[in-house]
Design a protein around this ligand. Structure first.
Ligand SMILES: N[C@@H](CCC(=O)N[C@@H](CS)C(=O)NCC(=O)O)C(=O)O
Length: 210
C-alpha cells in the first residue's frame, strides 16, 4: 500500500495520476502547502526538501521524494508506463528529466516573479516568461510528430500534464495560442478516465478540508 502525501498543484497531481492509472492501492494524505504543513517534522522525515509530493511504500517500508523519482519507482513497482529497455525507455527518461529541469522550474519561477515576489522585477518576469514559452514550444514541436511525448502514453506525459495545462492558460494571448499540438495533447491526456479521476479526487479532498 502506498501512502501518498501531496497537494493539488501540478507537481502534486503527477503521482495521483500515476496511482489512478496503475490501480496500485493507495491512501491520499493532503499536505496543505499554503498552511506550511510541508515544514512539519513528520513530513520532513519523508521529504527532506520540504516539498510535495512524497510517498511511503508500506510494503517495502520505503519513503520516496521528488516527483520524478516517485513516478519511476511506481512504474517499476507496477511494470507500467515505462518501457523496460531500449530507445523507448531512453526517450521516456529524456522527456521526464526535461520536465524536472526545464518545464517545472521555468514556469514555477515565472509564477513567483509575476505573482508572489514583493518587488516586481521586469527583467526576471520577462526572462521566465520567454523561457517558459520557449520550453512549451519545444514540447509543441515534439507533439507535432507523436501523440505522446515518448511515443506511447507514459510517465513522461504524467510529468508534464499539469505544467503544460497551466502554462497554456497563463500565457494565453502571449503566444501560447499558437501551441496547438500541445493544446491537443493536453486535451488527449485530460480525457483519460484515470486523469480526470485523479484531479477530481484531489479537488474533492481539498474541498473537504484535507
Ligand atoms: N522537483 C520537485 C518540486 C516539488 C515542488 O516544487 N513542490 C511544490 C508544490 S508544486 C511545494 O511543495 N512547494 C512548497 C514550498 O516550496 O514550500 C518535484 O518534482 O517533486
Amino acid at each position: 500500500m502506498i501512502e501518498l502525501y501531496t497537494w493539488t498543484t501540478p507537481n502534486g497531481q503527477k503521482p495521483m495520476i500515476m496511482l489512478e492509472e496503475t490501480g496500485l492501492t493507495y491512501h491520499l494524505n493532503l499536505v496543505n502547502i499554503g498552511a506550511g504543513e510541508q515544514q512539519r517534522p513528520d513530513f520532513l522525515a519523508i521529504s527532506p526538501n520540504g516539498k510535495i509530493p512524497a510517498i511511503v511504500d508500506r510494503d517495502a517500508d520505503l519513503p520516496v521524494f521528488e516527483s520524478g523519482a516517485i513516478l519511476l519507482y511506481l512504474a517499476e513497482k507496477s511494470g507500467k508506463f515505462l518501457p523496460a529497455s531500449g530507445a523507448a525507455r531512453v526517450e521516456t527518461l529524456e522527456w521526464m528529466f526535461f520536465q524536472a529541469a526545464h518545464t517545472g522550474p521555468m514556469i514555477g519561477q515565472y509564477h513567483h516573479f509575476a505573482t508572489a515576489a514583493p518587488e516586481k522585477i521586469p527583467y526576471a518576469i520577462e526572462r521566465y516568461r520567454k523561457e517558459s514559452l520557449r520550453v512549451l514550444g519545444v514540447l509543441d514541436q515534439r507533439l507535432k510528430s507523436v501523440d505522446y511525448l515518448a511515443g506511447e502514453y507514459s510517465v513522461a506525459d504524467m510529468m508534464h500534464f499539469g505544467w503544460a495545462r497551466s502554462g497554456l492558460s497563463n500565457f494565453k494571448g502571449e503566444g501560447a495560442e499558437t501551441l496547438t499540438a500541445l493544446a491537443a495533447w493536453v486535451e488527449r491526456v485530460e480525457a483519460r478516465p484515470a486523469v480526470s479521476r485523479a484531479l477530481d479526487k484531489l479537488n474533492a479532498a481539498k474541498d473537504a478540508g484535507g
